[in-house]
Ligand binder design. Structure first.
Ligand SMILES: [Zn+2]
Length: 272
């Protein structure tokens, strides 16, 4: 068995789930051009795969996260389109392993494309994975995408937008509170790819599983890419309902404070 085949076998479930999720992002119209990126911590799946420490595979990059030493990640490739990831994951995804010395990573697998590099947002993804491991959280996947209706709502003018927007979203559908009982994070606008954006995202995700990026999109963490997608889909659903009501010419009534409070109380049966 070649090294590449061993990696593909070890990660087959994760690769399939990532590809299906990429297809959903494209299908939803959330992934124009090369918009969005996905990463999954696959350290466990890769634990039995012997890997090369050849300098040919090594890419120098300071990794300022001690708890990521030796960890492995499946990530979408730089500049790749989600519709291509969905159809040909082996040509559009990479697997890398962080060096023990945190001075870079070994690019172990990039399908049959030797030129393919990990997403340009790798540093931000690693910072979030380091947070998840530090807090011993169950999430291992990180997804960034551009949900149209949610972005539209972040353009809403006026002060105190973050709090008001999240309250509005929760008032649009009762199951949002059941899916995300601790709320949704809100990261104020920062330039794409900047250290400042990574910083506000880390802050939002330290309390939440989803962070809305003002005037840009959304990130979510989940046990796998499918779960991260589900969370964003649920949040965007509320945004769609709100905009549909507005388009129909009325302000939605929304769930009352009492109805929302009632959802937070323990009960024997949860609607699905
Ligand atoms: Zn983006």
């Amino acid at each position: 068995m070649t090294k590449h085949n061993a990696i593909e076998m070890a990660l087959s479930d994760q690769i399939v789930q990532l590809a299906r999720t990429a297809g959903h992002l494209w299908g939803k119209g959330w992934a124009e051009r090369n918009g969005g990126n996905i990463s999954v911590d696959v350290t466990e799946e890769m634990s039995w795969v012997a890997y090369s420490r050849s300098r040919d595979l090594f890419h120098e990059q300071e990794i300022p996260h001690e708890n990521l030493a030796g960890r492995a990640f499946l990530v979408t490739g730089a500049g790749t389109r989600m519709r291509d990831v969905a159809e040909m994951p082996a040509r559009n995804c990479c697997v890398l392993r962080i060096s023990e010395d945190l001075d870079g990573y070994y690019l172990l697998w990039n399908g049959d494309r030797q030129d393919l590099q990990p997403t340009s947002e790798l540093a931000s993804h690693l910072a979030i994975h380091a947070l998840l491991r530090r807090e011993q959280r169950p999430e291992r996947a990180l997804l960034h995408t551009h949900p149209n209706e949610l972005i539209a709502l972040t353009h809403m003018p006026g002060p105190a937008k973050a709090e008001m927007l999240v309250d509005l979203l929760y008032a649009m559908h009762p199951e949002l509170k059941l899916i995300l009982p601790r709320g949704v994070g809100y990261a104020p606008y920062r330039p794409p790819g900047s250290a400042e954006l990574a910083e506000v995202t880390l802050s939002a995700l330290s309390e939440h599983r989803v962070a809305i990026w003002e005037k840009h999109g959304c990130v979510a963490v989940g046990k796998g890419p499918a779960e991260a997608f589900d969370l964003i889909d649920a949040v965007n659903k509320s945004a769609v309902i709100l905009l549909l009501c507005k388009a129909a010419g009325y302000a939605p009534e929304g769930l009352s404070a009492e109805q929302l409070e009632e959802l937070g109380r323990p009960r024997g049966h949860r609607p699905t």
